[in-house]
Design a protein around this ligand. Structure first.
Ligand SMILES: Nc1ncnc2c1ncn2[C@@H]1O[C@H](COP(=O)(O)OP(=O)(O)OP(=O)(O)O)[C@@H](O)[C@H]1O
Ligand SMILES: C[C@@](O)(CCO)CC(=O)[O-]
Length: 886
């Protein structure tokens, strides 16, 4: 093992040369202070132990071809445990990989085997579903012989990992990523996945197979990975004349475990192979620059002919902008489809300069069919499930002249009948791809399946924030719970190539031609929302051009949020649907109407577009409780958060979390490296609250921005207030969870905290005269109640605690007095169900006779859903049987 500190090469041979020549001018010292660039670092091998100089001043690291070392107490005793040639290599690899520790072993698979030995029986590992065949084979071995559970998931969509990560029955201790994948060149967002995994499973290790990129193009440790390995057989050595694997990490504990395994099993790299690999690494940047430049030409050539080409250097490659963020180049492996396996075999067989070979990374160009070669060990059924085309051809580009490579490929395509000449004039004949019969058939089938999606109804609750609104945006804990006023969405399938959004609350309806939507603008970051990142602004801007202007300008945000989610979740299916959304919640009044709307569109889309499986159908509302798993609710919540951000700007996430999961919670947002948290609270259920809508309209986005501005301008005023609000939330939480506290102490404590929190909110500038009027009225005798604003303030709603001994007649009088003052009241309990779902096509009561006596499935009483007054929606929903809830 070798350790470097600092990780990047800042000590240079020039330093010693300059000082021995007495070079100490300002310019030369400035120049020397700069770390070497990558190619220089590759070419310059530092001595891991400068106190131990080579006795003859050898310019190349000697091969210490010895099994044993004489004497006792020296640095080396036995080559299995350590060898100077290997130490030089490992030190060099660590330096170019931004790593503190590096290890060299006998192959890439040997490296993975060493890493897998960090796992224990009963552990779960998440791995991609487009993995190198050898990694897949080793994972199967672990599953069968070592009691390790393996989950193959689509790592291009980080949200698909959440259900397994958050499942308490799965002890996920490792996540194995490859990006770009081999051979489909799919992109996994190492940074997003690492952050997500570390948040949900801090003890899990993120392992990245970086062979396709090499440390020259991508250094995953810089993006949050814990362990990185490369098959050194590929780009690091570059000549296909040795087998090697390297492992890098920064964590001391992992380094110790890895060193122990290598020493115990004895698969450290031999001195001779260490020498060869060290020699190869010196030219890594030089080789890859050439290989990558030619790859761009080859990819473009095939793409222009009309083949489906997988290469992250091509515009439009899915995940390209994530890849560009993680890596500094597209690499030198690409793959393309011919849509005909036999045709692919003919192309591969006809190539001359492109050698038929497994592996990649060599200076010579290679061609292969992964399903027959590198990935043949994966069961054909599994290959199909993982969308690995049997006809796929992989090209690994070498350093030959690009013209020769393209000539040879062209000759092979022509000989195999994959292309034909359309114009012989010019220096290169004009060719076009010959379409296969299978392709034409497939296209017909695709057209037929469009629009065939489930119809269903979903609902989501609003919320009341008892303590901590606004402060929660800045990392303070909020105490909040769901209320029994909900938003409802009906998703209906249609067949006319259009999608409609109907918003009766805004007297608004918009219909778009699906084909005319800007599909080419759906970026991969839009398809994989992350809690800490903002929605893709350029996509939002493009969608803003597509919205239909209604009477109320606020509807624009609702439309953009809808289109953003519809397009990001549609994939290639693009179903024709109508979404009708109705709210029993007052809109823009502090009860989380935007979050409930966001959860409705998120859940309706995730289920109708088959991203989540429908829960088993139930016959009564009671049986439907917990029919939706918390894992599914987390996925719905993640997408709802994106919609909420589009509507709100910078929400904390508390509203959508309550609207998704329901119940009552203590919620803390993660800010600036401080961990967030989410805890369920149960003490709310029996407490009655009165909500009073002042009817003064306001906008959460503006109010939240106002507090943020104030925090920036007057930190000495705002920061102590935030601290006090944290203390209020902490005390409220204690009081709600302390089973020894008497009921009367509990209620009087909450009342005191309500008064304190309200005055802090007023100091933050989000109070309003109308809210003070409600506070004063409810505080008057004979009522004497305690009230605070709830939600964003500036108008909107106030919340009042109703003590247990408050009589019904007093409550009626109070409500009348508030109504006289022009306010609207709602009595609510806190802590009911999260989002719910009613699948209509599987509901037996929904089958009726259609035209010509045929049976037809319609939504249950959809007409009543559309026609009911807002206040009647809850009664309508209760009347419908078969709801499934979180
Ligand atoms: N039923 C609905 N149909 C369409 N859009 C809606 C609906 N309900 C809410 N919205 C969207 O949410 C916006 C209201 O969000 P806003 O954050 O201002 O209020 P709120 O969520 O009710 O209050 P708070 O965030 O303080 O709890 C509306 O302007 C609209 O864009
Ligand atoms: C004002 C605020 O704290 C609550 C809005 O309901 C904003 C947020 O948390 O997103």
């Amino acid at each position: 093992m070798a350790s470097t500190d600092p990780p990047s090469g800042t000590s240079t041979p020039l330093d010693s040369a300059a000082s021995s020549l007495g070079g100490n001018s300002l310019t030369s010292s400035l120049l020397r202070a700069k770390p070497y660039r990558f190619a220089t670092q590759c070419a310059t091998v530092d001595n891991p132990d400068p106190s131990h100089k080579d006795q003859h001043g050898s310019s190349s690291v000697p091969i210490y071809q010895t099994a044993t070392f004489k004497g006792m107490g020296g640095q080396y005793d036995y080559t299995r445990s350590g060898n100077p040639t290997r130490s030089h290599l490992e030190h060099h690899i660590a330096k170019i990989s931004s790593a503190r520790h590096a290890f060299a072993v006998t192959s890439g698979m040997g490296a993975l085997d060493v890493i897998f030995r960090l796992l224990k029986p009963g552990d779960s590992i998440i791995a991609g579903n487009d993995l190198y065949g050898g990694s897949n084979r080793l994972l199967t071995y672990l599953k069968v012989h070592n009691g390790i559970k393996v989950h193959h998931l689509d790592t291009t969509k980080p949200s698909t990992l959440l259900p397994v990560l958050t499942n308490p029955e799965q002890n996920v201790t490792m996540v194995l990523l490859e990006t770009p994948t081999n051979p489909l060149l799919q992109i996994a967002d190492i940074a997003a996945i690492s952050a997500m995994v570390h948040q949900h499973k801090p003890e899990a290790i993120i392992v990245v197979d970086n062979t396709m990129m090499s440390p020259y193009l991508q250094r995953p440790l810089e993006h949050g990975a814990d362990v990185v390995y490369d098959s050194g057989t590929k780009y690091l050595s570059g000549h296909h004349d040795l087998m090697a694997g390297v492992i890098c990490c920064n964590r001391e504990d992992l380094a110790k475990g890895i060193a122990f395994t290598i020493n115990s099993i004895g698969n450290g790299l031999s001195p001779f192979d260490s020498f060869l690999l060290l020699r190869g690494v010196k030219t890594l940047a030089l080789r890859l620059d050439k290989q990558q430049a030619t790859s761009h030409l080859v990819a473009k050539y095939l793409h222009d002919l009309g083949f489906k080409v997988n290469y992250p250097g091509l515009p439009g490659h899915p995940g390209k902008e994530i890849h560009d963020r993680l890596a500094s180049g597209a690499g030198a492996v690409l793959s393309f489809e011919t849509k005909d396996k036999a045709l692919s075999e003919r192309i591969v067989g006809a190539a001359r300069l492109w050698g038929i070979s497994v592996s990649f990374g060599c200076i010579n160009s290679l061609i292969s069919m992964p399903c027959l070669m590198s990935h043949a060990s994966i069961d054909p059924k599994v290959r199909k499930e993982r969308n690995l085309p049997e006809d796929l051809i992989r090209l690994c580009v070498g350093i030959e002249d690009p013209e020769d490579l393209i000539d040879d490929l062209e000759a092979a395509l022509l000989e195999a009948g994959a292309v034909r000449v359309v114009d012989e004039a010019g220096s290169r004949a004009k060719l076009e791809r010959v379409r296969t019969a299978e392709e034409t058939e497939e296209e017909d089938v695709e057209v037929k399946v469009e629009g065939e999606v489930e119809s269903l109804i979903v609902s989501a609750p609003g919320k009341v924030i008892l303590f901590g609104e606004h402060a929660v945006v800045h990392g303070i804990t909020a105490i909040a719970g769901s209320v029994d006023l909900r938003c409802y969405a009906l998703a209906e399938s249609r067949q006319d190539g259009k999608v409609s959004l109907v918003l009766p609350d805004f007297d608004f309806e918009a219909t778009w031609d699906i084909a005319s939507l800007p599909w080419d603008q759906v970026t991969s970051s839009a398809k994989a929302p992350r809690p800490e990142s903002t929605p893709d602004q350029s996509f939002v801007d493009v969608l803003a051009q597509k919205v239909v202007r209604g009477v109320d300008p606020k509807v624009v945000q609702s439309e953009i949020a809808f289109l953003y989610l519809y397009m990001s979740l549609s994939e290639h299916k693009r179903p024709s649907q109508t979404f009708t959304i109705r709210s029993a919640l007052p809109i823009g009044a502090g009860l989380g109407s935007s979050a409930a709307y966001s959860v409705c569109i998120s859940s309706a889309l995730l289920y109708t577009h088959s991203h989540l499986p429908l829960p088993p159908s139930t016959s009564s509302a009671h049986e439907g409780r917990r029919a939706i798993t918390p894992e599914q609710a987390n996925v719905v919540n993640a997408w709802a958060f994106t919609a909420e951000k589009i509507i709100h700007g910078t929400p904390s996430g508390v509203d959508n979390t309550v609207a998704s999961l329901g119940g009552a919670i203590a919620f803390t947002k993660a800010v600036k490296g401080r961990e967030g948290g989410l805890d369920g609270l149960h003490g709310f259920k029996s407490i009655r609250f009165l909500l009073t809508d002042t009817k003064v309209s306001r906008d959460t986005k503006t109010l939240v921005a106002g507090v943020a501005r104030r925090k920036l301008e007057e930190p000495d005023l705002v920061n102590p207030i935030l601290k006090s609000i944290q203390a209020i939330s902490d005390e409220a939480r204690r009081c709600l969870t302390d089973s020894d506290m008497s009921r009367s102490t509990q209620l009087s404590t909450l009342e005191k905290l309500i008064d304190e929190n309200h005055s802090h909110l007023v100091s933050l500038g989000v109070g309003h005269a109308s809210l003070e009027a409600v506070k004063a009225k409810t505080g008057e005798q004979p009522w004497g109640l305690h009230t605070k604003l709830t939600g964003a303030g500036g108008g909107g709603c106030a919340v009042t605690i109703i003590p247990d001994d408050f009589s019904e007649s007093s409550l009626t009088d109070l409500k009348a007095a508030l109504a006289d003052a022009g306010f609207e009241t709602y009595e609510t309990s806190v802590g009911g169900s999260g989002f719910g779902l009613l699948s209509t096509s599987r509901n037996a009561s929904s089958v009726v006779e259609g035209e010509g006596g045929a049976e037809k499935t319609v939504l249950p009483d959809v007409a009543r859903f559309r026609g009911a007054a807002a206040a009647e929606l809850a009664a309508w929903a209760e009347g419908e049987k078969g709801w499934a809830f979180v």
